[in-house]
Write a protein that binds this ligand. Structure first.
Ligand code: PMP
Length: 377
């Protein structure tokens, strides 16, 4: 099997699987219970909290566990709407956000907020100046992802947020860091973000767990109410096994970010070089992009057709992103892909255990697909 769909989800690493199983079997108490068993579960939570905080170069009290980045994004956006958004009704975001940002923002737009969507320019890039100039005195929130999940494009978040915070210190800056965390060398402070969303299953941890980083001094109001866990920000018994697995995955990979990045650069450069030799295949490039994600257009073959053809050969890719499930991607449209490319683009997303032979096999099978599927007019 050749698995090139790591932006959709990663295979949990052995450390994460071990931590989940051990916690399920031996540390299954409720972390809110006051007895010793509860304390042990709470210790597991806090140990994971510390590991994740260290990976963002911040304090553990800034990390709040959630069920995943979708929840973290919703919490960040709806909380801000309830705090600063009571008086300031403008939100600045981009046209290339994941639905877990674009949908909550759309909901607020339908309920009286003004939303400015920054779109990529002709080269498919977002100008930091466009983000900065869209923010004004009436803005409560700026929400931009760090790495686009469909193309790998890296947005100029740190630069934009630095200026935004200098000009409007009260505006809340939120960053969906799902495709950047543990892949790019980032810290909470270098991003200048007040709120940062993370997900466990994109970094070799379990599904159903994520976190929201909240900068000290930033007020987050809950959007769901209950037992007051996670300092009242996110009620609900914490998923201790998943959280332990998330922490174990972060710990397992936090010392190899640069090394893995370098390996991914070599892999994605190799894909670009080799793809040039195949007629009708284009790797869509941006000046700044994550080597973990490649957007590949194969002329004249519909992405879903190619996806299933490749699947039969044991190669797993995605059409657009797993979340867009077959419908034409608004995100790729915003990037300026023409109609033909929108229909014929697949996403390859890598992990540290992919290699060049797998790229060769992918391109070989693409050529076979072209020979078998493209009708000669
Ligand atoms: N944001 C981005 C950029 C993503 O790629 C994803 C996952 N596809 C999410 C948010 C949602 O993450 P989760 O699956 O943890 O809810």
């Amino acid at each position: 099997m050749i698995y090139f769909d790591n932006a959709a989800t990663t295979k949990p690493c052995d450390e994460a699987v071990k931590a989940v199983c051990e916690t399920l079997q031996t540390n299954w108490s409720n972390p809110s219970s006051l007895h010793g068993l509860g304390l042990k579960a709470e210790q597991a939570l806090n140990s994971a909290r510390e590991i994740i905080a260290r990976a963002l170069d911040t304090d553990s009290e800034c990390i709040y566990f959630t069920s995943g980045a979708t929840e973290s994004n919703n919490l960040a956006i709806f909380s801000t709407a309830k705090t600063l958004g009571r008086h300031k009704k403008k939100i600045v975001t981009t046209a290339i956000e994941h639905p877990s940002v674009s949908q909550p923002v759309k909901h607020l737009e339908e309920n009286g907020f003004e939303v400015v969507y920054i779109t990529p320019n002709k080269s498919g890039e977002i100008n930091s100046a466009d983000i900065i100039s869209a923010v004004d005195d009436n803005t409560c929130l700026v929400s931009c992802q760090l790495v686009n999940n469909e193309t790998g494009y890296i947005l100029p978040v740190a630069k934009a947020y630095k200026a935004v915070k200098r000009l409007y210190p009260k505006v809340i800056t939120h960053c969906d860091c799902v495709q950047g965390f543990m892949k790019l060398n980032i810290s909470a402070s270098c991003l200048n973000a007040d709120l940062i969303s993370l997900s466990g299953h994109k970094i070799y941890g379990p599904k159903g767990v994520g976190a929201l980083y909240v900068k000290k001094g930033i007020r987050v109001l809950p959007v769901n109410f209950g037992g007051g866990q996670e300092k009242g920000i996110r009620s609900g018994t914490e998923a201790v096994p998943n959280i332990a697995g998330f922490g174990a995955a972060v710990e397992a990979f936090s010392t190899s970010i640069d090394e893995r990045y370098q390996k991914m650069v070599e892999l994605s450069n190799y894909l670009c070089q080799q793809a040039e030799t195949v007629e009708g295949v284009t790797v869509n490039k941006f000046s700044e992009s994550s080597p973990y994600i490649a957007s590949v257009t194969v002329d004249k073959i519909k992405s879903e057709t190619l996806l299933h053809y490749l699947e039969q050969k044991g190669i797993y890719v995605s059409s657009g992103s797993a979340c867009s499930k077959g419908k034409k991607s608004d995100v790729l449209k915003a990037f300026g892909y023409d109609d033909k490319a929108l229909d014929s683009t697949v996403r390859l997303s890598f992990s540290y255990d992919n290699n060049k032979f797998e790229i060769d096999e992918f391109l070989k099978q693409v050529k076979n697909a072209q020979a078998e599927l493209v009708k000669i007019n």
